[in-house]
Design a protein around this ligand. Structure first.
Ligand code: ATP
Length: 450
């Protein structure tokens, strides 16, 4: 029997915090273990009703800042299974099928066939056993099995963008600098423990390839590093929990001229949230050579011709959703008990407004349903609840992270005024029903983390 390692008090607290998050996620319907009734399957999760809305909001917040809020980035939705030559050219077929060992101390990963003896070249730590590290999922296409029908599930969405460089540039009549963005599922046969949805075998990526004239590379790299860092702060992540880690020269891919990660201070330590990389003209050139298509920018009038350089912000939606959730989680000590509250930015919160009749009689439910319909028509994510004491209903919404609770009481039937209760401050205000929608828009716009 193997002995469990003794945890330090900090590690124990971190583990307990993650356990709280995991249990809240299950209890409230954010995230469930996949195939739970069959004992689960490693590093794989399903999203419940609140989790789905949370992820939709994260994707929308990304898309609205990276694509639709600007004039120089367009979207793409490319296939998960592409011609296998794509992954040979990109280096994924060759790059992910070596026998690998991990150093238990410094966490570096090495090719077993490059090691001499048992010592780790970096720190001398103990190594795990060698294993074939096949990060890509293989599958078969067509009716006949065999080597000619082998295909792969994409391990990143970026390659689909490079493949369509010319299609998009020509159809949308674009000239660098411009970007192509994509959100979609990627698949990696992750073997290391996942820390909940931080590392899973299938996950959604949000990637954007920004194509620039080569001499503008550095200025756009600086621009996107800042823009992507600011996005998290704007959406409520506490800046003290974020940092930008610039990669050392020896961490860079051989073709890359710069890379930086936005990192978050998770309970289990600093971890990568998103990477911003200079990929130069490497991918377009490789695919041009291998396919024979000239993936270049060409201006027929000026005859200007070059292969653009690429800046790539690449993040994971699941990791972002987890980060918003962890950062939003607070336990507040009140007079009589502890309040659990998720202080999501209203744009990220799965439910924006909850509507309650104070009591389930005297025409209040009917009036509350009218308010609910008004809010749904204004496209607010709305939840109606008439069960239990009003205080209990507020607390349930605090745990869901709902920023506004709207209560219809006896007076509302006379004066058409409702009570809006704010999640973070728990303060209450009386608002006329016909001013409610604009009041909520204003409150969302003015929201600040307290
Ligand atoms: P890591 O070092 O954590 O494995 P990576 O550097 O391989 O990540 P990239 O290939 O740069 O990651 O992918 C971009 C983003 O996609 C990451 O910053 C992360 O947010 C997300 N991501 C990558 N792998 C996973 C995974 N297995 N599960 C969830 N998200 C992932």
């Amino acid at each position: 029997m193997s002995k469990k390692p003794k945890l330090s008090p900090e590690e124990k607290a971190a583990q307990e915090f993650m356990e709280k998050i995991v249990s809240l996620c299950k209890r409230k319907g954010f995230v469930f273990q996949a195939s739970e009734i069959y004992g689960g399957i490693g590093n794989t999760y399903d999203y419940g009703p609140l989790g789905v809305e949370l992820k939709r909001n994260v994707k929308e917040a990304w898309w609205s800042r990276v694509v639709t809020g600007r004039g120089d980035v367009v979207g793409l939705d490319s296939a998960i299974i592409q011609n296998p030559k794509v992954w040979e050219t990109s280096g994924h077929v060759g790059g992910f099928s070596d026998p690998m060992v991990d150093c238990k101390e410094c966490k570096n990963r090495f090719r077993a066939d490059h090691l001499e003896g048992d010592l780790c070249p970096k720190c001398g730590g103990e190594l795990t056993e060698a294993r074939e590290f096949n990060l890509m999922f293989k599958t078969q296409v067509g009716a006949v099995e065999g080597t000619s029908s082998v295909a792969y599930l994409r391990p990143e969405t970026a390659q689909g963008i490079f493949l369509n460089y010319l299609n998009v540039q020509n159809s949308a009549r674009l000239k660098p600098p411009f970007g192509i963005a994509q959100i979609g599922k990627s698949f990696r046969n992750e073997i290391t423990p996942g820390n909940f949805v931080f590392r899973t075998r299938e996950f959604e990526q949000a990637e954007m390839e920004f194509f620039v004239p080569p001499d503008e590379e550095q200025q756009w790299y600086e621009y996107w590093k800042q823009a992507r860092f600011d996005w998290y702060v704007e959406l409520g992540i506490r800046p003290e929990n974020l940092r930008m880690r610039v990669h050392e020269e020896d961490e860079l891919a051989h073709y890359s001229t710069g890379c930086a990660d936005v990192e978050y201070l998770y309970p289990f330590g600093w971890g990568e949230l998103e990477g911003i990389a200079c990929r130069t003209d490497f991918d377009l050139k490789r695919h041009s050579e291998a396919s024979g298509s000239k993936l270049m920018y060409f201006d027929p009038q000026t005859k200007e011709k070059y292969t653009p350089y690429v800046i790539e912000p690449a993040g994971g939606i699941d990791r972002m959703a987890l980060t918003f959730l962890i950062d939003a989680y607070e336990e507040e000590q009140l007079e009589k008990d502890t309040r659990i509250v998720l202080k999501f930015h209203p744009e990220i919160a799965p439910i924006t407004c909850a509507v309650f009749p104070l009591v389930k009689k005297d025409g209040m439910p009917e009036k509350a349903h009218q308010v609910e319909a008004l809010l749904r028509a204004a496209r607010f994510a709305t939840f109606y609840d008439e069960k239990g004491a009003i205080g209990r209903r507020y607390r349930r919404q605090d745990e869901d992270g709902t920023p506004f609770c709207i209560t219809v009481d006896g007076d509302t039937l006379q004066d058409d005024v409702v009570t809006v209760r704010h999640r973070d401050s728990m303060s209450q205000e009386r608002v006329k029903i016909d001013e409610l929608v604009s009041y909520l828009y204003k409150s969302i716009g003015e929201w600040k983390r307290v």
